[in-house]
Ligand binder design. Structure first.
Ligand code: MRU
Length: 348
């Protein structure tokens, strides 16, 4: 199994996603500042993986703090968490994971710093292993939506690399394959950073799941030709009404899916749902540097100084989403109600 991120000898080890698919190598972070850089430069990316990295980064920061009074330790640890929280703005999992880490310190009566640091490392490792279990549950829940022989379209990378392992949207595809269903996946290249071409295609190849790579602007034509049965994507943040932020280009796919009456699924863990926000309008959308659009790696593909707009995510309105697949089951419209029930621990 692909292990995207793990704790080893008091360092955080990450698969270097910027080097894929050409080079398979890991990056070892020895400080929380190095973890922040890896989140910022997309060495580790994908909402759940960012959450796990943030938790491990916070644990690493705590590990390296000098011996302090309990009050000073708490303050320094919270400062570290707040610094990590600045790494990227959109993925809910980043903030969710840091909240969980902060709770360990806030709720602990432990005055022994060494024991508290041990507890923080244990919590970060738990967030990591739980993520894989959650993805497997999501896979089990979502795979019933797929039929043998389906052609599935996916966007960006919501696979093992975007999580601690197994994946959300790709996890559902993996689970369907494990049940013996034969699927074929159309992989959107996903401009400008090519998470589809570089990462999803790499994962599917490793898994021996048949796939065809297309550029983003081909998806509509394929739908018109009747080549796509279902679409499944991951999410970076889902608001209380079901509006979903995901990789730029997702919204256009959802609009096309409606026109062609193709089911459009979102697969995401509960840690991606932000009930504090009523609608997608309030989700902060990250804008990334212009060179992601004007260059690929170091190769320039636009005139020097070209004006660029580079939002990394867009918002798909809830009405365009057929179902949201979670580890607790499949949510249906109205999401306002099904999400609220889920949070109260009731029936969907
Ligand atoms: O900019 P990225 O690569 O972090 O964006 C990732 C996505 O948009 C994924 O689809 C999303 O995080 C879900 S990953 C399970």
């Amino acid at each position: 199994m692909i292990k995207t991120i793990f704790w080893k000898n008091n360092t955080v080890v990450l698969i270097d996603q910027n080097a894929l698919p050409l080079v398979e190598q890991c990056v070892t972070c020895k400080s929380y500042k190095e973890v922040i850089s890896c989140i910022k430069d997309l060495t580790v990316r994908g909402a759940p993986a960012i959450g796990v990295a943030a938790a491990m980064g916070a644990a690493l920061g705590a590990f390296h703090l000098p011996s302090l009074s309990p009050e000073k330790f708490r303050q320094k640890f919270f400062d570290i968490c707040n610094e990590i929280a600045q790494a990227r703005p959109t993925a809910r999992n980043l903030f969710w994971a840091l909240e969980r880490m902060k709770k360990v310190v806030a709720q602990q009566n432990e005055v022994n710093q060494k024991r508290l640091v041990k507890e923080l490392i244990a919590e970060a490792k738990r967030i990591c292993t739980e993520d894989i279990e959650i993805n497997r549950l999501m896979g089990k829940n979502g795979s019933s939506l797929f039929a043998d022989g389906d052609n599935i379209l996916t966007h960006c990378n919501a696979g093992a690399l975007a999580t601690a392992g197994y994946g959300t949207a790709l996890g559902v595809i993996r689970a369907a394959k494990e049940q013996g269903k034969k699927l074929h996946v159309y992989v959107d290249e996903t401009r400008p950073v090519l998470q589809g071409a570089r990462l999803t295609a790499w994962e599917l190849k490793k898994e021996r799941i048949p796939y065809t790579l297309i550029t983003d602007n081909m998806a509509g034509f394929l739908m018109q030709q009747g080549r796509i049965d279902r679409i499944i994507v991951g999410a970076d943040r889902i608001t209380a009404n079901g509006d979903t932020a995901n990789k730029i280009g997702t919204y256009a796919l959802a609009v096309l899916a409606k026109e062609h009456r193709i089911p459009f699924y979102v697969a995401a863990p509960l840690s991606t749902i932000d009930i504090s926000l009523k609608t997608g309008k309030s989700i902060p959308i990250e804008e990334r540097k212009s060179n992601e659009v004007t260059h690929f790696k170091r190769v320039q593909s636009a005139p020097a100084g070209a004006k660029v707009y580079n939002p990394a995510f867009d918002i798909t309105p809830a009405r365009l989403i057929t179902t949201i697949i979670t580890e607790k089951g499949i949510l249906r419209k109205p999401y306002q109600t099904s999400i609220a029930r889920l949070h109260q621990g009731g029936k969907r």
